[in-house]
Design a protein around this ligand. Structure first.
Ligand code: CP
Ligand code: NVA
Length: 301
């Protein structure tokens, strides 16, 4: 595996390999030998805000023996209009790997193609593969296995998280239900492509129908980064798509509630549901570190 650009581009074998190594790295944190990034310097190119992704990569790179260089787009020439093609060809001659958070998926693909160095998608408008890998790791820890699980995603199903979940369901073959307003349904073309791969993805406008008998309830912000101008409209559209006591009651007994964070209480999730499931949600956040260390180790090999 040379890059991690999307869940769509991963095979089941690669996903399994990452999850297995993430589990091992978590259990042996602090005793990594040899350090696969020894002598390397990785660049983090971020055009959007981040807490978890930035910190987990910076810490992860150091724990693997490398050094991390945080490059905010507002401080490098990329933010003043230097093309991604030129940025890739410059950085490819200096750094050993790149972790990129940006808007267009095509920018990440271009960077990967032209830089010649391992490139990781740290979130685009289309996918958030690092988050999904940590989520899958967390679900395996909580439930023992992903086998036969029913997962309900409630909210903006057409955002990066909704789309990455669709590809995870397609690759791993689980039952994914998406509950969203009709306008926020992922494109039919994407759904058809995913369906051809596998899994079962059903879409409904009724959050309780999606939650019915689900083992995992999952949500994300209603207003993704870059969509701030639509905040008011989205708040009205998504108001019925909150994970609250009623939605939790529709799920299977003992269902887990997960959230990729940051969470907006009173919007996509109630404060009460959030706090009740906070242990699992923060376990999910911690697993960003372990899953990404596994990815960086495997990109090297
Ligand atoms: N979940 C996630 O990617 O968080 P950050 O935006 O804080 O990195
Ligand atoms: N869909 C959200 C995910 C944040 C981790 C966003 O893109 O802002």
């Amino acid at each position: 595996m040379k890059h991690l650009l999307s869940i769509e581009a991963l095979s089941v074998v690669e996903i399994r390999e990452i999850l297995n190594l993430a589990k091992k790295l978590k259990s042996m944190r602090g005793q990594h030998d040899p350090n696969p990034l020894d002598g390397e310097c990785w660049g983090l190119l971020f055009s959007k805000s981040s807490t978890r992704t930035r910190v987990s990569f910076e810490v992860g790179i150091r724990e693997l023996g490398g050094e991390a260089l945080f490059l905010s787009s507002s401080e490098i020439q990329l933010g003043r209009g230097e093309p991604i093609e030129d940025t890739a060809r410059v950085l490819g001659r200096m750094i050993h790997g790149a972790v990129i958070r940006t808007f267009k998926q095509s920018d990440i693909e271009t960077f990967a193609a032209l830089s010649g160095i391992p490139t990781i998608n740290a979130l685009t408008d289309e996918e958030h593969p690092c988050q999904i890998l940590a989520d899958l790791q967390t679900i395996e820890e909580l439930r023992g296995s992903l086998e036969g699980l029913k997962i309900a995603f409630i909210g903006d199903a057409d955002c990066n998280m909704g789309r990455s979940w669709i590809w995870a369901a397609a690759r791993l073959g689980f039952d994914l239900r998406l509950a969203c307003p009709a306008l926020y349904t992922p494109p039919a073309e994407l759904l058809a492509r995913a369906k051809a791969v596998g899994g079962s993805v059903t879409i409904t406008e009724d959050p309780e129908e999606a939650a019915h008998g689900a083992d995992i309830l999952y949500t994300d912000v209603w207003v993704s980064m870059g969509k701030e101008e639509e905040a008011e409209h989205r708040a009205a559209q998504f108001a019925p798509y909150q994970i609250n006591d009623r939605v939790v009651a529709a799920a299977a007994p003992g269902a887990h509630v997960l959230h990729c964070l940051p969470a907006y209480r009173g919007k996509e999730i109630t404060a009460q549901v959030f706090e009740h499931h906070a242990d699992a949600i923060f376990q999910q956040a911690e697993n960003r570190l372990h899953a990404q260390k596994a990815v960086m180790t495997l990109l090297k090999s």
